[in-house]
Design a protein around this ligand. Structure first.
Ligand SMILES: O=P(O)(O)O[C@H]1O[C@H](CO)[C@@H](O)[C@H]1O
Ligand SMILES: O=c1cc[nH]c(=O)[nH]1
Length: 239
């Protein structure tokens, strides 16, 4: 019996390209498809988690929302890797800066993702398995950013379950360890990719700062996200 369609994705076999860009926000997926793709078709609308496939510079690519948090991207990335034969998932998200020298609108690439969540427990690895980006996608993204003239920070990021946390100073230990920024999905994506033998990368735009009263305006947000999306598209085209 075929595993598709799934309870969460109505697409048929072959509807997704081998590489899928994944923002948390399904409306960002729609924006990316409508702005950058030609011959766009919508391949998923279940739960409003919009997914599209189209052509970017002659290559078929897809983009779909992941929702917020590791349980949500855990479901979508699992189904794309295991049931839709997707090989590469590139998350394009927003994040809160942790270090003082990371600023709003900066583009950050997650070489690894530290996790505050029970999500990794299911894999039954003793100790602490390091969730890592795929090296090919990572080096291609760094190369693409150079060509596009966009500076990027590459390093450890933090994936945390709780956006609002009751724990005081919860980012302080990560700040001491040089973790660049916090978001909510990359750890699960990297672990699912490792388990599936597939590839994943997370590219982020800083939207706010955990230690400073800084937030992007809507105009800056548009420009900042554009740079990240271009890096992701160029990386996807060479994946
Ligand atoms: O902008 P996205 O990709 O949704 O990413 C970040 O924004 C959401 C929180 O506001 C979380 O999903 C977090 O990871
Ligand atoms: O998860 C997130 C995303 C943006 N900003 C944050 O502080 N956290």
């Amino acid at each position: 019996m075929s595993n598709i369609p799934t309870p969460h994705i109505e697409a048929k076999a072959g509807d997704f390209a081998k590489t899928v860009l994944m923002p948390g926000d399904p409306l960002r997926a729609k924006y990316i498809a409508e702005t950058y793709f030609e011959q766009v078709r919508c391949v998923n609308q279940v739960r409003g988690m919009l997914g599209y496939t189209g052509i970017y510079k002659g290559k078929e690519l897809s983009v779909m929302g992941s929702g917020m948090g590791m349980p949500s991207i855990g479901i979508y990335s699992y189904e794309l890797f295991h049931f839709y034969d997707v090989d590469n998932i590139i998350r394009v998200g927003s994040a809160g800066a942790i270090l003082d020298d990371v600023n709003v609108m900066d583009v950050v690439i997650g070489m690894g993702a530290s996790i505050v969540s029970d999500y990794p427990d299911q894999f039954d690895c003793p100790g602490h398995l390091a969730p890592l980006a795929d090296y090919h996608l990572l080096s291609t993204a760094v190369e693409s950013a150079k060509e596009l003239g966009t500076p990027v920070r590459v390093g450890n990021i933090l994936s945390e379950d709780a956006f609002y946390t009751d724990r005081q100073n919860s980012k302080d230990c990560f700040r001491k360890m040089g973790v660049l920024a916090v978001e909510m999905e990359s750890g699960a994506l990297y672990l699912n990719a490792a388990r599936a033998g597939k590839r994943a990368l997370c590219i982020l735009t800083i939207s706010d700062h955990i230690y400073k009263p800084e937030q992007l305006t809507s105009e800056q947000r548009q420009t900042g996200f554009g740079k990240m999306i271009e890096i992701a598209l160029e990386t996807a085209n060479r994946a």
